[in-house]
Design a binder for this molecule. Structure first.
Ligand code: PMP
Length: 440
């Protein structure tokens, strides 16, 4: 078949032909265990009956009605259900087509809010160096990866990136997680003071850092300190849960486990679970009211915003997650996965750390377990692990090398919530062989 798809430049790829539970079968009949849900997307596996039925039902009713003219039962039902389970104070939902769109909308909403409350000088964004917030120009500015940004500079939003990230704690023997959490939050306050508190719009962070650092949760009371600091200086707190949200860490929103609520939160990936291209930006009543009582409406919109088919899929996914006991299952299988990783790789000479929450886990690859030194980035170990895992019939999500402010390779694992104990065993077997091949 002629290949006219403009891809990412990853070379010839197998053609995905069929999905079956936790497996993808390619056009040549090879089977791959989906150990990362693609990139933490396919939380229900690849053949979920109830999501497929919901999409078919919606398709039989109506596929599309422009949101400039109509709302839909599917969009309203999804928004209601999201708000019923959202963190305290979160009251409105803006539906989009994916994660980057949700982050763009979050930044624009925050900007408009500061105008509505008479603080237009607040335009600077603070984010963390170990972060990924999307690939569109505003979201790209927010993310911490210098190599992703450099070809497209100057970007649209003035962003200031801070360290540290909890990933580094495992290299800091002796400092308690409590102290480390306080110190990490202090970096935010220092930056706000350096920039001038009245000029700062928002702090954006992933509660559990995904792609760039590998399932890194915060520890201690980091986010409680962050929340207090944001409140002290009138800075909005935007949490990006595009990767870690939707039950991936064992609670519907990852920030529930940090005991805080944001002003704005973004979700995507697991919301569509691979069955639809959907994302959402959720905001507090305070922000929504300031806008509706101010200039009247959010100056934003996309043609496919609130798409009924996508919303029907999202609603069915959410029902599966919150009504079918999948959050408890994530916690349970997450424990099984971390035990399996510890027993398989706990003494591995090149595994320095095993971390994460729920079914969002990673192993950190190190040259030397004692010094915790990273591999030479020129070795591109993560790319070799990905290739070797595919050859074993395993999809996992390795990353690393030289990401700004960070050196090291990790393998991210985010399997579907329906993964069985036997499949967890299969995953660790295949990963172990892939590591051996990649490091040989
Ligand atoms: N934010 C985070 C935390 C992400 O992990 C991603 C995707 N990896 C995005 C935003 C962008 O989402 P999308 O690829 O759907 O645009």
């Amino acid at each position: 078949m002629a290949n006219h798809v403009f891809g990412r430049g990853a070379g010839p790829l197998p053609t995905a032909a069929r999905g079956d539970g936790c497996y993808i079968i390619d056009a040549n009949g090879r089977t791959y265990l989906d150990g990362s849900g693609g990139a933490a997307v396919s939380c229900l596996g690849h053949s979920d009956e109830s999501v497929r039925a919901a999409v078919h039902r919606q398709l039989d009713q109506i596929a599309f009605a422009h949101t400039g003219f109509f709302t839909s039962d599917a969009a309203e039902a999804l928004a209601d259900k999201l708000i019923a389970h959202a963190p305290d104070g979160i009251d409105r939902v803006y539906l989009l087509s994916g994660g980057s769109e949700a982050v763009e909308a979050a930044i624009k909403l925050a900007r408009q809010y500061t105008l509505e409350i008479g603080q237009p000088q607040r335009h600077k964004l603070i984010a963390r160096r170990q972060s990924y917030h999307g690939n569109t120009l505003g979201a790209l500015a927010a993310g911490g990866n210098a190599w992703r940004r450099e070809k497209y500079a100057p970007l649209l939003i003035e962003t200031h990136h801070i360290d540290p990230c909890f990933e580094y704690h495992f290299r800091h023997d002796g400092e308690s997680l409590e102290d480390y959490g306080r110190r990490a939050a202090q970096a935010l306050e220092d930056e706000i003071l350096r920039l001038g508190p009245d000029s700062v719009l928002a702090f954006m962070a992933e509660p559990v850092v995904g792609a760039t650092a590998g399932a890194v949760p915060s520890e201690g009371a980091y986010f409680k300190h962050v929340r207090e600091i944001c409140d002290r200086y009138g800075v909005l707190l935007i949490l990006d849960e595009v990767m870690c949200g939707m039950g991936r860490t064992g609670s519907l929103f990852a920030c529930e486990q940090d005991g805080i609520a944001p002003d704005i939160v973004t979700i995507a990936k697991g919301l569509g679970a691979g069955y639809a291209s959907i994302g959402a930006m959720l905001c507090s009543a305070t922000i929504y009211d300031a806008i509706t009582q101010g200039s009247g409406s959010f100056q934003h919109g996309h043609t496919y915003h609130g798409h009924p088919l996508a919303a029907a899929a999202g609603h069915a996914v959410l029902e599966r997650i919150v009504d079918d006991g999948l959050l408890a299952q994530v916690q349970d299988r997450g424990d099984t996965l971390v035990h399996a990783l510890r027993s398989r790789f706990g003494q591995h000479p090149h595994v320095g750390d095993i971390r994460g929450r729920g079914l969002f886990r990673a192993i950190e690859l190190v040259e030397d377990r004692t010094t915790k030194s990273s591999f030479d980035p020129n070795r591109k170990l993560h790319a070799k692990v990905k290739k070797a895992a595919m050859a074993e019939g395993l999809i996992c999500y390795p990353a690393g090398g030289t990401v700004d402010g960070r050196l090291g390779d990790h393998v991210l694992l985010a399997p579907p919530f329906i993964i069985t104990e036997d499949q967890i065993e299969e995953l660790t077997d295949k990963l172990s062989r892939a590591l051996d091949t990649a490091m040989a």
